[in-house]
Every structure is written in C-alpha cells, then in structure tokens.
Design a protein around this ligand. Structure first.
Ligand code: ARG
Length: 399
C-alpha cells in the first residue's frame, strides 16, 4: 500500500515492515573503494583485508553493514571535502561528528537536534558539526527531518498577496499548519519554524525548537543608524537538514550538518533577493539613491551596505562569520593543498564564486573539477520538494 506519510491519516512507511531483511544489497565495489581510501588516508590500527572480510560477510548475511565510528567520522569529513558547492572546505578536517545512530523515537531525535544546536552554536564560537542518525534500510530512510534547515523563519501569505516573513517557506509553513502547528500570535517576520520529524515507527509530528537553542543577531550598521529601524535579524547557525550523506555504499538520509555563515548568504541572498526578504529597494531609498534605473548601481550599493551591516552585527555580537574575499583566498589554499596531496580539486565554479565582489577573490581565476564522487552529500528531489512544502504522494519514492 503506497500512501503519503505526510497526510496525517496514514502511518509512516507503511510498506517498510521488513527493514532489516535483505533488500537491495550494498554496492560492494563502492564499499571496497571507500575502505581502501579510509585505510590509505588514516592508517587506522587493524588490517584492511580483515575488515573487508567482515563487511563482505555482513553484506552477504543482511544485505548491508555498519560503519565503525572512525569510518563514519572520516567519511563525513571526506563528504564535506568533496562537496562541490562549498567554499569553506579548507576546514573539512575539523568537522565534529556526533553519532546518533541509536536514536529511535521522535523525542530522542528532537533531543539530539537540540543538542546539536547547543554544541554547534557554542555561544557564537560556531563549531562545524554533523549529527548522523540511523542509516537507511534497503527500502529507504528510517528517520527523516522534513525541514530544509534546523532553523528557518516562517512565511505567511497575507490576503493582499504580500508575505510576512520568509517567502521561501510559505508552503512549508502551510504544511506545518496542516500538522497542527500553532504559530505565534501575532505572527512576525522572524518566527522560528518547528521541526517536522518522522521515523520508521512514528507518524510525522511537529516539534517546537526548544527555547534557548536558537542564537539570533539583530542587524545594525556601523555608520548608518537608521539601519536598526529595518528590524532585521538572522540566526547564527545554518544547519542543512534535508541532504543525504553517502559513505561506502551506505545512505544516511538524516544527517544534519552546519558550518558558519559567509556574510552574503544572509545579506545578498536571504535579505536581498527579490523572492526572499527583498530589502534592497527600501535600503536604497534610505540612502537617497534613484531606484528607477539600474545605471547608478543602486542594487550593488545597497547590497554593500547590507553586507557591511550583517558582518558588523555578527562580529560585534561575537558570532563567527566570514566575508567573501578572505574566504575565497582560503578556498584557493585548500585547492592547492588538495592538488599537492595528489587529489582532484572538486568545485562548482558558479557556487564557489556566487558572492558579492567575487572577482576580487582568488578562487575566481580558475575552473574546478565538477565530478561528485562519494562520500558526498546529496539533495534528493523528493527531499527538496518536501522541504518546500510539497510532499511526494508515495513514501517509497521519497528518497
Ligand atoms: N545559504 C544558506 C542560508 O542562507 C546556508 C547554506 C550553508 N552555508 C554555510 N555557510 N554552511 O541559510
């Protein structure tokens, strides 16, 4: 019976009663090449062939195998190292890996997510962190967080066609409403969305983000006092929660991870984009710029002040953040080190250089290898749709 786990009337994962039975067995070639990489890069104690025999035997008997903590830790770090869209990968070896593979219930999962936020936020000295939940079974995920990120702001469609809050999440906010979310009243432009969590045994359920776990920074400008009147704020930590981590043939559909922000993710994109908070016209008007023509670079000039304000606000608040030219130089160092180590320099040029002032950065001046080998992070279409508020109708095709 294929039914939608996101309609409140059906049990989740109806078909997945035999998750530990042999289904589609793990790809042994992928497992083997991962293991060789792990041994070559980390020189762990123990013998490769002995570990391989154990993996083969497990796959033969059950269709799958489990990573040791060391394999999981290294695999998650390599997945970051090979993520083509991330400019911050120089820090890949510092990733803190939290092993939550024994968390089973929605309550246990929510407690882990809250612990992740507290640990990663670290009062502003943000730590790059991933929390890995149960690996997928042969028929799919056993744990799922529907949200795109652990911290996002609600979007409310107003009768006059405008949106209060983040327009990106209007449909997801409506989905949460259909699951009984009681949003703050009156609603504001920065209401933190609750989590929508589902497990193999439990129906999808809305869980509020516990109070005190979300650090936010109000936006002010070092030289323009009126900036505070825009009433902008943003959360300190971006925790991506809808991507699948794949290591050695094993999928972890629930493995939320975070780094810290590059300023223009918040300023240029989240605040500046026309289909997000759309602040550039108001800022340009305050700056006295003519917005009727693009020939005076009013968008760019407003965006520079907005980036200045966000960077200043985060730094004044003691919250870790980076600016693009420095980050671009650091990325180029990373690329140099990768190539010196005999590895390929993976990267999607448009993402690496998609920030304000990108031509001033060193990363702009060459192309990168666009292959995406595993270990890596994947955004599956169904997971993306779900986090956009559009669940698939069939649980077996969700991932
Ligand atoms: N661009 C996303 C946002 O604004 C965050 C993506 C991840 N960014 C990062 N610095 N790790 O929320």
């Amino acid at each position: 019976m294929a039914s939608c786990p996101y309609s409140a009337t059906t049990a989740p994962f109806d078909d997945l009663t035999e998750l530990d039975a042999v289904g589609a067995p793990v790809d042994l070639d992928e497992a083997r090449s991962w293991l060789e990489m792990f041994f070559a890069e980390t020189q762990p104690r123990g013998d490769l062939e002995q570990r391989w025999r154990a993996i083969e035997a497990d796959v033969e008997a059950t269709g799958t195998y489990a990573h040791t903590f060391e394999e999981l830790e290294w695999g998650a770090r390599v997945a970051w190292r090979q993520s083509v869209r991330c400019i911050g990968r120089a820090r890949w070896q510092s990733l803190v890996v939290r092993d939550a593979r024994t968390a089973d219930t929605i309550d246990e999962i929510a407690a882990e997510l809250a612990d992740h936020l507290r640990f990663a936020t670290n009062a502003g000295r943000i730590r790059s962190t991933i929390t890995v939940f149960r690996q997928d079974g042969p028929a799919g995920p056993r744990v799922r967080v529907a949200n795109e990120q652990l911290i996002r702001y609600a979007g409310y469609a107003e009768p006059d066609g405008t949106v209060l809050g983040d327009p990106r999440y209007v449909d997801f906010t409506a989905l949460l409403d259909s699951y009984g979310w009681q949003h703050p009243s009156p609603p504001s432009a920065f209401d933190v969305l609750p989590w929508l969590i589902e497990t193999e045994q439990e129906m999808p359920r809305v869980v509020e983000v516990p109070g005190g776990t979300v650090l936010e920074v109000p936006v002010t400008h070092p030289g323009l006092p009126w900036f505070a009147e825009l009433d902008l704020r943003w959360h300190a930590v971006p925790v991506i929660s809808n991507m699948r981590l794949r290591i050695g043939g094993i999928d972890y559909s629930c493995a939320p991870f975070n780094g810290f922000y590059l300023v223009d993710e918040i300023a240029t994109r989240n605040f500046g984009d026309v289909d997000r908070y759309h602040q550039l016209p108001a800022i340009a008007a305050r700056m006295g710029l003519d917005t009727t023509s693009t020939s005076n670079f009013w968008q760019l000039r407003a965006a520079v002040e907005l980036n200045t304000a966000v960077l200043h606000s985060f730094r004044t608040a003691g919250v870790r953040i980076e600016e693009p030219v420095a980050e671009s130089a650091l990325f180029s160092e990373f690329v140099k080190r990768e190539e010196a180590a005999g590895r390929r320099a993976y990267g999607d040029w448009s993402w690496i250089n998609g920030h304000i002032g990108s031509t001033f950065g060193r990363a702009w001046h060459r192309y990168y290898d666009t292959d995406e080998p595993n270990p890596n992070f994947w955004l599956d279409p169904a997971a993306r749709e779900l986090s956009n508020g559009h669940p698939s109708s069939d649980p077996l095709t969700l991932f």
